[in-house]
Design a protein around this ligand. Structure first.
Ligand SMILES: [Zn+2]
Length: 582
């Protein structure tokens, strides 16, 4: 009964073809977007370079010559002559913290070195706020000691905001900001008054107010009483409206750098906002959203597993942390830090008991449960012992739950012991690394852990040679002491030159670990798609893949590696829609 006679099949086939023609011919008016006369690196080994793309219904239907592409032109087709410009698949940033980035982007003076710039920043945030809303954040001073891209030394005159300059313009906006290391705070008069402090004769417990010549508060404060003074009045959360505004602003920033996919870890409100913006067609990057590891059972009961969601918002993954970070010398090592013989670093929350001591098997327990629930694991590990212990845990997963394609994401994979590189490959690990960290951390890495251990730091070449899959990202917006911009050019630059932004050390830091531009681009595109089990729908410019493209103002393969950091994105396309154009 299942047999269909040949004539019926032919009839069915022509009927379907007819429907197809009607749909594509009448309702769509040909292709949605044709990009032609370009130089596109596709990431597809079988068809590495093309001149043109045709995108219909969000999907690439042709990657080939301009002549072929232009035959797909219809009444509603947007046709863009790239005039020889270079393009790549939209970048996939596998590691961002969108919620904090959106907040940071709204207002920060982390790199600010002049009062003029400070005033500009304040003017700019005022255009985004409703009267009465708080201006918070700040984080000044992080680049006083270390200039951007420097390899050490005093960089500039220390900066501190002069609150008198913004007093009048912020009269209707309470403002409470901080130095990056919380050593100082600053408030405008409105905020001081709300805190019950008289700006003309300031007084509060455990607060040292800086005074001007007349004995009035300048707004700068020190002392452990400051936090207590403002704790009750500075709102703990932004309003939903403000979160929406921050998100829209940050999405523009993402598009400006050609990023069309991200792996995020933010709060649940952020996920709600993504969903709402997706409904209204305003979501302009694809989001792979990760929950904290201890929420595995909640996801399981909601029926969420690897692959859940759709091409815009993908769920089914968890993120946990096993050790600290280099910046605060808390990453966990087999041997102590060179600068502190008693410090091996420390284990994070789910690793330890209430006494702070390692609880054998506790973290692995979370991993086993999540893995059994078919949730993808991504775990932060920085120090060599942390990375090595995670490899042991992966072996336990294989032993207890069986070998399967987990695409385990080793987040940071920062310092790897020599004997562990091959294990990463054997275990099929995705090394989720942020190459720009290298430009930033090389400033003090060797001083803290010595030359031998530093050889295994950000060792991208050995990670590749060992068989790990490299997936790049930015860690946007960074730490309290460093900004990691989302700009993928900085990551590509770091991976191929291993120099700071000012070009030191000449020839690169442990230059044997440089990787090729081709490998770096793959790490920022197709490997990112692989890391979320989505390489069948994105990551290359080939037919059947989503129409996500970044057009640049230079051919990355034709310029000196050092020039990569200055390349700009001129157009970003997502699902065939142009979402950024300069
Ligand atoms: Zn991070």
């Amino acid at each position: 009964m299942n047999r269909t006679s040949p004539p019926t099949r032919i009839f069915l086939a022509s009927f379907l073809l007819l429907i197809g023609l009607v749909l594509s011919g009448c309702s769509q008016g040909g292709a949605d977007l044709i990009l032609h006369n370009g130089t596109l690196w596709t990431g597809d080994a079988d068809n590495p370079r093309v001149e043109a793309l045709v995108i219909t219904d969000g999907v690439i239907v042709l990657a080939g010559s301009s002549d072929e592409a232009l035959t797909h032109r219809g009444g509603n087709t947007e046709v863009v002559d790239l005039q020889g410009a270079f393009g790549v698949p939209g970048f996939n940033d596998t590691h961002i913290h969108f919620g904090s980035a959106a907040r940071f982007l709204e207002f920060n003076i982390m790199r600010t070195g002049t009062q003029e710039e400070f005033v500009e920043r304040v003017e700019s945030v005022l255009t985004r706020l409703e009267e009465g809303e708080w201006i918070v954040g700040g984080m000044w001073g992080a680049y006083d000691q270390w200039a951007e891209g420097s390899s050490g030394g005093a960089a500039r005159e220390p900066f501190r905001p002069d609150m008198a300059l913004i007093q009048d313009m912020t009269a209707d906006y309470p403002m409470f900001i901080r130095k990056f290391n919380n050593a100082e705070f600053a408030a405008n008069r409105t905020a001081l008054e709300l805190a019950g402090v008289d700006p003309l004769a300031p007084e509060a417990q455990d607060v040292a107010f800086e005074l001007d010549e007349e004995g009035h508060a300048t707004g700068i404060m020190r002392g452990r009483g400051v936090a207590a003074l403002f704790r009750e009045i500075v709102p703990r959360e932004f309003s939903l409206e403000r979160r929406f505004a921050q998100t829209r602003h940050a999405l523009q920033e993402v598009a400006r750098y050609g990023v069309t996919s991200v792996s995020d870890m933010s709060d649940d409100t952020q996920l709600e906002i993504y969903r709402a913006l997706n409904e209204t067609g305003e979501l302009t990057t694809r989001v792979h959203f990760r929950y904290f590891l201890d929420r595995w059972s909640e996801l399981q009961s909601e029926g969420i597993s690897v692959g859940s969601g759709d091409e815009w918002i993908r769920l089914g993954a968890l993120k946990g942390h096993i050790d600290g970070i280099m910046g605060t010398s808390t990453a966990r090592f087999f041997e102590p830090y060179d600068t502190d013989p008693n410090n091996y670093g420390r284990w994070r929350q789910l690793m330890v008991g209430e006494d702070g001591e390692l609880v054998e098997g506790q973290f692995l327990g979370y991993m086993l449960n999540a893995d059994s629930a078919d949730l993808q694991l991504s775990i932060h590990a920085i120090g060599d012992e942390a990375n090595s212990l995670l490899m042991d845990y992966l072996e336990s997963l294989n032993a207890e739950n069986g070998v399967k394609e987990r695409r385990f994401r080793l987040v940071h994979a920062q310092v790897i012991a020599p004997e562990d590189f091959d294990r990463l490959g054997e275990l099929g690990v995705v090394a989720e690394v942020q190459p720009f960290h290298l430009s930033d951390d090389m400033r003090w890495m060797e001083e803290r852990i010595g030359t031998e251990r530093s050889r295994g730091a950000y060792a991208f070449k050995r990670l590749l040679d060992g068989g790990a899959i490299l997936a790049f990202g930015s860690d946007w917006p960074g730490t309290s002491a460093a900004e990691y911009p989302i700009n993928p050019m900085l990551g590509l630059y770091a991976a191929v030159t291993r120099e700071t932004l000012t070009g030191t050390p000449e020839g690169g830091w442990f230059p044997e670990e440089k990787i090729s531009l081709e490998d770096a681009l793959r790490a920022y595109t197709v490997n990112g798609a692989y890391s979320t089990f989505e390489e069948d729908i994105k990551g290359t410019l080939s037919p059947g893949q989503l129409g996500d493209v970044a057009i640049l103002d230079a051919d990355l393969f034709a310029i000196a590696p050092r020039a990569i950091k200055d390349v700009a994105v001129t157009m970003t396309v997502i699902g065939g829609q142009i979402v950024y154009q300069d």
